[in-house]
Design a protein around this ligand. Structure first.
Ligand code: ZN
Length: 157
């Protein structure tokens, strides 16, 4: 396992759409293991592959002491609304409020290619949305209620 470099806002790769994973092989397992180590090292709640410069649909998360790996995640159901402050390892110190669904159901594959669904509430729902957005080149600052404040303070988009 290795700690990978987390790319910062302004880097082109953060704005690209990631491609689906087709090969559930050792290359994917190494990526997942490295992403897990990198996320723990940076004290993050979630990490998406484009944040380590890999344009594949791969996400790791740790919410409420439970660890998750999502490959090719697809949000299939959302319910309710919730507003909380978010941050991002690729954005730096800025934290801003984002409206997200209160409940999210995601369909994904595990590291061996087996499909599963996961339903999360509150912070898990928020984390799923935040990380899936990364796979489409979307960052939380784009959606933040505090975007104007962020830009006024010199924040990059
Ligand atoms: Zn992020």
């Amino acid at each position: 396992m290795a700690i990978r470099n987390v790319v910062k806002i302004g880097e082109e790769n953060l704005r690209k759409k990631s491609k689906p994973v087709k090969d559930f092989d050792v290359g994917l397992w190494e990526l997942l293991d490295d992403m897990k180590e990198t996320m723990f090292h940076c004290d993050g709640m979630g990490l998406a592959a484009p944040q380590v410069g890999v344009l594949r649909r791969v996400v790791v998360m740790e919410v409420n002491n439970a660890f998750y790996e999502l490959v090719n995640p697809e949000i299939i159901k959302t319910k309710g609304k919730d507003v909380e402050e978010e941050g991002c390892l690729s954005v730096g110190k800025f934290r801003g409020r984002v409206e997200r669904p209160m409940t999210v159901t995601v369909k994904a594959q595990d590291r061996f290619g087996y499909e599963f669904t996961l339903t999360g509430e509150k912070w898990l729902a928020r984390c799923i949305c935040h990380e899936v957005d990364h796979l489409d080149g979307v960052l939380f600052v784009d959606k933040s209620i505090d975007k104007d404040k962020y830009i006024k303070n010199g924040g990059k988009i």
